[in-house]
Design a binder for this molecule. Structure first.
Ligand code: CTP
Ligand code: A1H0Z
Length: 441
């Protein structure tokens, strides 16, 4: 009798589909293509006990966005992946549905997971049997030829490696990521003493993603035992044990690690922030003075391991920066005018880029020597504070940096270096506390 579900008391759930948001995810990289349908199962039904936190780790947020949303995005950006099923604990179905909606994830549906990881994965695999239905319209999605299974708490996965796993799974029936062991594996006696140690060079750590021909993983879950469901941790083993399918093992990059302990959450946040902070686009408005300041800043931030692209305006071909850059610097000289910043904020809102990550906009103002009146200075501070408060509601973090013209070369160079250091810190830290502040370089 075909196993219709993975927990004794549970029918296969078709999954909750949300209308596909018009949300712009990152532009699809000009990637590869596959001539067979591939779907993904993300087991996310755990409680994350080893983090010691109340919130399951897959729902812990970085920069205002849950970890699972980063993992989903890593897959939905891959053009040859037709659909993604996330298996979550029943009590988290509404939360997962809200995350899919709020971050306008596409190709994604949530299904109830199970009491163990294997049961959650099995629920996801069974859900892929159903023709995916959205509203009244039936989606012309075929049952996948290959299923990629990937822990939802492994957010750093790249298309190239997914491609290798999917191709190997199609050819071999199963494929899995491996990594060298860091520690030696030892066997202990029942009294807690060393029994023997394994020769580390002969063994590898089994990681994710893993890939399977649909029929292989489906049959494996149909044939495995309740003990497998309860205590097993290795899908590749099920494929070998119950389908005679010997997985192709492919060494993956070190970025495939799994968020398990609380320290891993801090590491993941640091990597995400570092990834978002590598570059920025500086808009000069076309003036020679602003361009000269931009050149000086570009050199100074280069020494801080950050790249600046300098453009006169975000029009025409330069509009592409609105779709790919996470950080922008708008330069104004002499007249403390925020109209350029206003226009940039409007462009960013139209591009809907702040949906997934907080964007950083820095207004760099080079004030003339004559601009020392207290009232004008106060007006600037109030203006950027107001604009910053409004932009923050749209997940755009607006900061200001003011430099003063100086004929003294040494003084000027020190100002530019301070401006570069402040710029790098603001982009790296994305601190909500400094939003709307006009910092002095
Ligand atoms: N019943 C379960 C248990 C785990 N998982 C998922 O399997 C992946 C890897 O498992 P693990 O790191 O062990 O997650 P947890 O079980 O949540 O962690 P812990 O063992 O610390 O509770 C995670 O994405 C987790 O959400 C799942 O889908 N269903
Ligand atoms: O054992 P845990 O539930 O912490 O994590 C699951 C891992 O074991 C699993 O993802 C890989 O070993 C590949 O099977």
């Amino acid at each position: 009798m075909e196993r219709g579900n993975c927990d004794s008391d549970r029918a296969a759930h078709p999954g909750v589909f949300l209308s596909r948001g018009s949300g712009k995810s990152d532009p699809q990289p000009a990637g590869r293509s596959l001539d067979f349908p591939v779907s993904v199962v993300l087991p996310a039904g755990g409680t994350g006990e080893r983090t010691g936190l109340q919130t399951p780790k897959q729902f812990c947020s970085f920069l205002g966005r849950p970890l699972i949303s980063y993992t989903i995005q890593a897959f939905e950006r891959v053009s040859w992946i037709q659909s993604i099923v996330v298996a979550v604990a029943k009590e988290n179905m509404d939360l997962m549905t809200d995350i899919i909606q709020r971050f306008q994830h596409r190709k994604v549906r949530a299904v109830p997971g199970g009491s163990t990881r294997h049961r959650s994965i099995c629920s996801g695999v069974l859900a892929l049997r159903e023709k995916e239905q959205e509203g009244k319209e039936r989606l012309a999605l075929d049952r996948p030829k290959v299923v990629i299974i990937h822990d939802a708490v492994r957010p750093f996965v790249e298309e190239d490696f997914l491609y290798k796993i999917a191709m190997a799974a199609k050819e071999q029936g199963a494929a899995g990521a491996i990594r060298p062991l860091v520690s030696t594996v030892i066997a202990t006696t029942s009294e807690g003493y060393l029994d023997h140690s394994l020769e580390r060079a002969k063994y590898r750590a089994s990681e994710m993603p893993q890939g399977f021909r649909y029929d292989v993983i489906y049959q494996a879950y149909q044939r495995c035992t309740e003990s497998d469901f309860e205590f097993g941790t290795e899908c590749l083993h099920l494929a070998l044990q119950y389908c005679g399918t010997n997985a192709k093992l492919i060494e993956g990059p070190p970025t495939l690690w799994k968020v398990t302990y609380k320290r891993d959450l801090a590491a993941a946040e640091s990597i995400i922030k570092e990834t978002l902070s590598r570059s920025a686009c500086i808009v000069t408005g076309g003036s020679a003075q602003a361009a000269a300041l931009a050149d000086a800043l570009q050199k100074a931030v280069g020494a801080l391991d950050m790249e600046l692209d300098i453009i006169p305006e975000l029009k025409g071909d330069n509009g592409r920066y609105l779709l790919k850059e996470w950080n922008f610097i708008q330069v104004s000289v002499s007249h403390p005018c925020l109209s350029g910043v206003d226009a940039l904020l409007a462009d960013l809102e139209a591009a809907n880029r702040a949906l997934l990550h907080p964007l950083v906009v820095i207004w760099v103002h080079l004030s003339g020597s004559d601009e020392l009146s207290i009232s004008r200075s106060m007006a600037k501070h109030v203006a950027i504070m107001d604009l910053g408060s409004a932009a923050k509601l749209r997940n755009i973090l607006l900061y200001g940096i003011q430099l003063h013209q100086s004929e003294d070369t040494e003084h000027w160079e020190r100002s530019v270096l301070r401006a570069a250091e402040i710029t790098s810190m603001l982009i790296r830290e994305r601190s909500p506390a400094l939003v709307g502040q006009l910092l002095q370089a």
